[in-house]
Design a protein around this ligand. Sequence first.
Ligand SMILES: Cc1cc2nc3c(=O)[nH]c(=O)nc-3n(C[C@H](O)[C@H](O)[C@H](O)COP(=O)(O)OP(=O)(O)OC[C@H]3O[C@@H](n4cnc5c(N)ncnc54)[C@H](O)[C@@H]3O)c2cc1C
Length: 514
Amino acid sequence: MRTLAVILGDHLNEDSAAFDGFDPRQDAVWMAEATDESQHVPSHKARTVLFLSAMRHFRDRLRARGLTVIYQELQPGSLAGLLQRDIEQYAPERVICVWPGDFRLKEALSPQVHQFLEDRHFLSTPDDFRRHAEGRKQLRLEYFYREMRRRYRILMEGDQPEGGAWNFDADNREPLPAAGPGKMPPPLRFPPDATTQAVMADVEQQLPGNPGSLASFSWPVTREQALEALQDFVTHRLPLFGRYQDAMWTAEPFLYHSLISSSLNLKLLDPREVLAAVEQAPAPLAAREGFIRQILGWREYVRGLYWLKMPGYAELNALDAQAALPRFYWTGDTEMACLRDAIGQTLEHGYAHHIQRLMVTGLYAMLLGVAPRAIHEWYLAVYVDAVEWVELPNVIGMSQFADGGIMASKPYAASGKYIDRMSNHCGGCRFDPAQSTGPRACPFTTLYWDFLMRHEQTLRKVPRMDMQLRNLVRLKPEQKKAIAEQAADIIRTGCPTTSSSAPAAASAPLWSNV
Ligand SMILES: Cc1cc2nc3c(=O)[nH]c(=O)nc-3n(C[C@H](O)[C@H](O)[C@H](O)COP(=O)(O)OP(=O)(O)OC[C@H]3O[C@@H](n4cnc5c(N)ncnc54)[C@H](O)[C@@H]3O)c2cc1C
């Protein structure tokens, strides 16, 4: 055998560099499903099923094209271990692999892989980002995004942004009307076919203790399905995407979001085709720009940051957060309505939208002072779109401010009033977002003030925190004392002590097989 092309679970694009010069007479593809990949963090069953089903469909597609695919279905061990075994059996002259999506895997495969190839799925390379970062005192999405708009000539009129502005946030980010989202066409979902059902059986058998449910599994597992899902979004939800992208509503897990992150991250979709479909869609400019910013801006930016800063980035803990992750993150069993909703849908679908991740589960963890590694591992475990290059900067940088401001100019710190403004959760909750102390105080609000007090010295150095800190000065000493005492109780147990829900797991994780 001449070349063995290693195809990882998040490299399922036939135009990837792994197939350049591929000669079916002397080259082969290698793919494997290793349980370690679902156990180094206890991966949601839907995440594992999505990856493995998409891999098996991709394998079948390659075989139908006449390629030799050496494929190991789910078995114990590590990818590197399984690869080593097959290298010994097939003795290829050369092993190649597209640049993995996480640092750990790249390190693990390095002894066997002769050459890591550029991942052409992305619109910018780690070197592009390094050049962008050189000589800048601060990295900020806005500068990078404008460069990308100009480079790819997306939403541009000559050298100027279409509509005369680079962003239209003033027209976006509203809460839903009081009556809720009304009747919306449900997003297109894809019931499990025979291949997916076989994977589900394997996962239930070999990873029975992993978190999450498979009952609602209906994610796209092929490129055709992913394209249908994209079209469904562009037709039905894009026009209101921008306006309601930050809104939350009880038992409405998807609202106007695209649900394409997992298809993009598995490389079933190419970001170029997503951008083209959205740019040309008959939707308001504010919606199209708001969406394009996520793909051309944030998605590329976080990847650049990841490869620029790893491996040290994963260890950052600027706020010295040391608390354990509350146990209810694995069950949704909490009296806080917003957290119950966000975690409940996460366990059911492996999905929550951006604001739920940032301003509900992420915010609570930051205010509580959960150790960044613990909350990072939770996010990596529970979302179907989780791959470390995108998950880690969003968690460590954007949601926890554990990088001290490399990614975001200030911590996304807010009280329960933000959640009240952007959702209907508080109306049905036993806690009151306007109260910071007493039995009905919203834990977000108590912890918010306590967070500002605990980190006041550090936050004084963050320019955009001025206004929030000015409000802190208005609190009387006795109010501060009462808040600090109530917050200490919450921090000790992970949730309000008056709550009937389970206290924080100080040590033993809830999932059974880790
Ligand atoms: C704490 C936290 C953890 C996150 N973890 C992940 C993760 O593991 N994997 C992941 O793909 N995204 C992650 N995100 C980003 C974002 O929340 C998801 O991409 C989005 O919710 C996916 O749903 P959607 O496809 O319906 O997205 P939409 O809301 O429809 O957005 C469109 C697309 O834009 C991209 N996008 C939007 N925001 C971001 C962002 N901040 N960073 C990178 N891409 C973005 C995604 O590809 C997404 O599909 C995280 C965000 C936060 C705050």
